[in-house]
Design a protein around this ligand. Structure first.
Ligand SMILES: Nc1nc2c(ncn2[C@@H]2O[C@H](COP(=O)(O)OP(=O)(O)OP(=O)(O)O)[C@@H](O)[C@H]2O)c(=O)[nH]1
Ligand SMILES: [Mg+2]
Length: 425
């Protein structure tokens, strides 16, 4: 059954709130879970929250609640229950036993399902399979269930592949083979990245919470034609495009996989080389959905994940997107430092973003005069493609004199041609 199939699985969402004070927060998490379910092709028909300081070791929710859940599944004709909390294999088994015939999954499994549905590239598929093996497969083997998930519909796990798939030793071998293949792809990625770095062109990564509008922004800036959808995790593979800024310089823009709170760490590990694209940038565009009441907390999650990936200190511009949905939004250039308000969909505010990018790059550049001997015109052309040139080149007897703004990378790269420099304030 495919993701676009008309019949949507009727599902009930269940969450624990550690205390009554945390009910509102839990409601928000359930709304996000409901969007995840929708993206995976399911339909939320009911929600259930139990206030409980700690999960029941056997069944997560208490026995009374479990009975209530069984009745609710019957009356709502639900075939799937999704828990917001992470479940152990034995909890899955116990709850399934109590609910007779209803599939039970947790939030991590649901996210893994979405990644499986959305993976298109070879690398994406390998990454998803590895993450699934690391989470779902090992858990289900522990609970003695046979399953097939990569192609299956959400929450179903059978009849599936041959029994061999359930063999722990084979799973281990498969994981090792996937890891080896992924290592090779990661090396290719590193080689490509090194080539981009040698070109001296500034690299900009578009990062942010899932569904914030990263791909739409890349498209609106470069006509990249990247799929943008009102679905979570529409993008799994990084796409890089060139963009010419108004000051005539070129930059490389990369669209990346979105973040979410509690991103399963199996996925972070499996997608490390993809996520790493962000950490090698000269500038981050952190995109958020300004029209979402959860905008601030989504930004905080993004910041935390960037820190975890080692990209916490990179220069950034924060892009408050979807401003067309905010009443009274004016497409002026607000001067709030490092923040731009825009609509990637309508294009309002895009010129401000281009200016902010230029300004951020310029703030880390120094003005320098360089003299290229006539035997080194190749190097001069390379520089002209990657740094802003401040005056027409002067063709002198001893070579071509160029006045340019150099960032640290190009400053080191072209140091042997530099005649004089001036600090840029
Ligand atoms: N109203 C409005 N909608 C927008 C804007 N930008 C993006 N969207 C919509 O938001 C949804 C998500 O956009 P994407 O560009 O796919 O978001 P993304 O950040 O790439 O999402 P993932 O790849 O899933 O992480 C789509 O339905 C877009 O049409 C905007 O400026 N205004
Ligand atoms: Mg995207």
């Amino acid at each position: 059954m495919s993701f676009h199939e008309d019949v949507r699985r009727r599902a009930i969402l269940v969450a624990l709130a550690p205390s009554a004070a945390e009910l509102a927060e839990t409601e928000i998490e359930l709304s996000e879970l409901s969007r995840l379910l929708d993206t995976a092709g399911g339909e939320c028909v009911a929600r259930m929250i139990q206030v409980r300081p700690t999960p029941d070791t056997a069944t997560c929710i208490g026995s009374g609640k479990l009975e209530e859940l069984r009745d609710l599944c019957k009356s709502e004709e639900a075939g799937l229950v999704v828990f917001n909390n992470e479940l152990s294999p034995s909890q899955v088994r116990n709850i399934e036993d109590a609910l007779d015939g209803v599939d039970v999954i947790d939030r991590t499994m649901l996210i893994l399902d979405i990644f499986a549905l959305h993976a298109t590239s070879g690398e994406g598929k390998l990454q998803v399979e590895l993450a699934q093996l690391k989470y779902t497969a090992s858990r289900l083997i522990d609970s003695g269930v046979t399953f097939s998930r990569q192609e299956g519909r959400i929450g179903s796990r059978g009849p599936g592949e041959s029994k061999l798939e359930t063999n722990r030793r084979l799973v281990k071998h498969r994981a090792a083979a996937l890891e080896a293949e992924l290592r090779e792809l990661a090396e290719n990625r590193a080689t490509m990245r090194a080539a981009r770095e040698r070109s001296g062109i500034p690299r900009i990564a578009i990062v942010g919470y899932t569904n914030a509008g990263k791909s739409t922004l890349l498209n609106s800036l470069t006509e990249a034609g990247v799929l943008s959808e009102d679905k979570l995790f529409a993008t799994l593979d990084p796409t890089t495009r060139r963009l010419a800024l108004p000051d005539d310089r070129e930059v490389l823009l990369t669209d990346t996989v979105g973040f979410i709170r509690r991103l399963p760490h199996q996925l972070i590990r499996a997608f490390h080389s993809t996520l790493e694209e962000a950490t090698h940038a000269d500038l981050l565009l952190i995109v958020c959905d300004a029209s979402d009441p959860e905008c601030d907390s989504q930004l905080a999650v993004t910041e935390q994940l960037l820190c975890d990936l080692g990209a916490g200190d990179l220069p950034r511009v924060i892009v408050y997107n979807k401003c067309d949905l905010i009443e009274g939004f004016l497409a002026t250039c607000p001067t709030a430092e490092g923040r731009v308000f825009l609509s990637a969909r309508s294009g309002d505010g895009i010129p401000c973003l281009l200016e902010a990018i230029s300004a951020s790059l310029r703030s880390r550049e120094r003005e320098a005069e360089l003299l290229f001997p006539y035997s080194e015109l190749g190097a001069m052309n390379l520089l002209r493609g990657s740094s802003p040139i401040l005056a027409e080149p002067d063709y002198r007897e001893d070579g071509v004199l160029v006045k340019a703004l150099l960032d640290e990378k190009n400053f080191n790269k072209y140091s042997r041609f530099i005649l004089g420099q001036k600090d840029n304030d």
